[in-house]
Write a protein that binds this ligand. Structure first.
Ligand SMILES: [Fe+2]
Ligand SMILES: [Fe+2]
Length: 379
């Protein structure tokens, strides 16, 4: 291009360049010293010398999570047509219209029914008032959890190393935001009052939000996501709940994030065995136990045994936790057997003709699609 050059004073240009170099050395040296003595230092974990976040590119992590999330990105307008969401692009809408034309008459009618106010009518038809209350109690428990997942993942984003991991956690933040807003509409569609947190859930989520980042990773991606995954797997086959299969798919990716992250940036031996961290991990899981008892009545209303649900969740959480390298104070088997004894003791006391069961062997996940997703994680 024939740019018309603007004249500059070369001496002054050189002076500015040197001043900038000196200042660069001063601020970096100052921050290096302050960082080394633990008085602060550079805030951003960003490495401008290499044009990467500290930790490098880690493209494989990015491909496993960020790229995969984008590939599997779902729009509420398309998958929850009964909701108020209008998040499809023109192209996606055109594709949906084309797909609509390919449906047979019956399928098309079923879809149209869901695109109108009739979604509420479908819920009215399929669920009694008590069943709707039970669904709302369980779904809102997850819905409140989604709010915390959104907050916690945005905190974790600040701490994970490498551009790949930050891109991966960014997708989790986006997905949790979507889960929260879509879930809220789904819960409201039942048209019954939405209960607040139970005290157990309050403790569970608050202490994870207050935890140090590595423990947040355990508390959220292993414990809370493990519970969410189990609940979505349990009810995604219920009438009108098809959209939960997509939540289930997202959460399965989130539970895999710690394992994939530690493959790139392993925890130090001290981080794994630190007695205080191990004690804290069990402290984060513990409120989930009384939560199972608190949900017993609502789960029973939907034909689900709370203790089969509790046993299968504990098995899944321990599996994820061991695989990621998050050690607990005692071996996982001890918790499984102890909790099973507690559940059986309670059932002997409250259920006529109860016979000893291994609740940890139960699997409350229903439906071929969701089972396949879980097999990939828990195999
Ligand atoms: Fe979520
Ligand atoms: Fe999640």
């Amino acid at each position: 291009m024939g740019f018309k050059k603007v004249p500059v004073n070369r001496t002054m240009v050189e002076i500015h360049r040197r001043a900038s170099d000196v200042m660069n050395n001063v601020v970096r040296s100052w921050d290096n010293v302050m960082g080394a003595v633990g008085l602060g230092g550079r805030r951003a974990d960003y490495d401008d010398l290499h044009y990467e976040f500290v930790g490098g590119a880690k493209d494989e992590l990015r491909m496993k999570h960020y790229d995969k999330s984008l590939r599997l990105l779902w729009k509420a307008e398309q998958h929850a047509p009964w909701s108020s969401f209008r998040d499809c692009s023109k192209l996606e809408k055109n594709l949906a219209d084309q797909a609509e034309k390919a449906l047979n008459k019956e399928e098309s009618l079923a879809r149209q029914r869901l695109t109108t106010q009739d979604f509420r009518a479908l819920l009215d038809r399929e669920y009694t008032l008590r069943e709707k209350q039970a669904m709302v109690a369980i779904l809102s428990a997850i819905g409140h959890g989604e709010a915390y997942a959104w907050l916690v993942s945005s905190d974790v984003l600040r701490h994970v190393k490498s551009s790949g991991a930050k891109a991966s956690v960014t997708m989790q933040v986006l997905e949790e935001a979507k889960h929260f807003v879509v879930m809220r509409e789904l819960v409201h569609a039942f048209g019954v009052p939405v209960p607040p947190f139970t005290g157990w859930e309050y403790i569970l989520l608050e202490q994870i939000l207050r935890a140090r980042w590595l423990e947040k990773f355990f508390g959220m991606n292993i414990v809370v996501e493990g519970i969410a995954l189990s609940i979505f797997g349990m009810i995604a086959d219920f009438p009108g709940m098809e959209v939960l299969r997509l939540f289930h798919l997202d959460e399965s990716r989130h539970t895999a994030l710690p394992v994939n992250y530690f493959a790139e940036f392993p925890m130090t031996r001290w981080e794994k065995i630190n007695p205080l961290s191990r004690f804290n991990r069990i402290r984060y899981v513990l409120p989930a136990v009384p939560l199972v008892f608190a949900l017993e009545d609502d789960l029973a209303e939907l034909g689900i045994d709370a203790f089969a649900f509790g046993g299968s969740i504990l098995r899944k959480i321990l599996h994820l936790s061991e695989r990621a390298g998050f050690l607990l104070p005692l071996p996982g088997e001890w918790y499984i057997e102890t909790l099973n004894a507690v559940f059986n003791g309670y059932c002997y006391a409250t259920r006529p003709n109860h016979a000893w069961q291994r609740f940890q062997d139960a699997d409350t996940t229903v439906g071929a699609d969701v089972r396949k997703v879980e097999e990939a994680i828990f195999a």
